[in-house]
Structures are given as structure tokens and as C-alpha cells.
Write a protein that binds this ligand. Structure first.
Ligand SMILES: [Ca+2]
Ligand SMILES: [Ca+2]
Ligand SMILES: [Ca+2]
Length: 128
């Protein structure tokens, strides 16, 4: 799950107008949530999660070969998660491998199985 969230939170988070000015500090989870919740219904649908993942995939794929090499995902690659997600073992992550992982994470995080993630569910997944 952590991998999903780290992937979603880009290095340069600029939320600007989307946040209430009174809240000085938002946790990473809240920032991620607001960014991903495109229709603003306070739930993350699979589509919303995958959309962010796909956008992030193309942003990370700097040599545009439709695979993520270790050097393209930086710190993430040093973890066991990289090798776990690399299901065909070619040393890179394809978009399909990334999406499979996201869907898997999504299902695990969706504790009440209503097909969407509430902020609480995302928080819980994040803290695991
Ligand atoms: Ca939503
Ligand atoms: Ca690449
Ligand atoms: Ca749910």
C-alpha cells in the first residue's frame, strides 16, 4: 500500500486553492486524498486512483519507453516492493504491473468493500 501512496504523492505538491487556508498543516495522506479525489465526493474511486497512477507513471517514465526503470523511480526502487511488483521479473515496472498493484492495494484498503475509499480507509492503509 505504501508504494501506491508514495507514487501518488509527487515530489512537488502544490495544492494552492484546493485547501482551506485555515488548515496550516495537512498530512501527506490528506494532500494525496484531495489531489486524487477529482470529483470532490470525498471518496476515491478506482478510476480516480488509477488515473493518478497513470499520470504519475508517465511523469516518472522519463525515457518514455513505457516502463519504469529503477533510476526513474528513485528511492522506491531500492525497496522490496519494486521486485514484488515486477511480476515478470524484467527489472522494470510496466504500466500493467503498476495498475495491477494499484488495484490490489485498492481492494486491500477498501475495508468495507463498497468499492471506494474513504479518507479513513486511506489513512488506515497508510499507517500500516
Ligand atoms: Ca471521488
Ligand atoms: Ca522508462
Ligand atoms: Ca470503502
Amino acid at each position: 500500500m505504501r508504494n501506491l501512496l508514495v507514487l501518488l504523492v509527487t515530489a512537488t505538491v502544490s495544492l494552492g486553492l484546493m485547501l482551506e487556508p485555515s488548515r496550516a498543516e495537512l498530512s501527506d495522506v490528506e494532500i494525496l486524498f484531495v489531489r486524487a479525489d477529482e470529483n470532490g465526493d470525498l471518496y476515491l474511486s478506482q478510476t480516480e486512483v488509477l488515473k493518478i497512477a497513470i499520470i504519475h507513471f508517465s511523469l516518472s517514465d522519463s525515457n518514455q519507453d513505457d516502463k519504469l526503470q529503477e533510476q526513474e523511480i528513485g528511492e522506491l526502487a531500492s525497496s522490496k516492493e519494486f521486485t514484488d511488483n515486477d511480476s515478470d521479473g524484467d527489472g522494470t515496472l510496466s504500466l500493467k504491473e503498476v495498475i495491477d498493484e494499484k488495484l490490489n492495494d485498492f481492494q486491500q484498503a477498501d475495508q468495507n468493500k463498497d468499492g471506494r475509499l474513504s479518507l479513513d480507509e486511506v489513512r488506515r492503509a497508510y499507517s500500516e
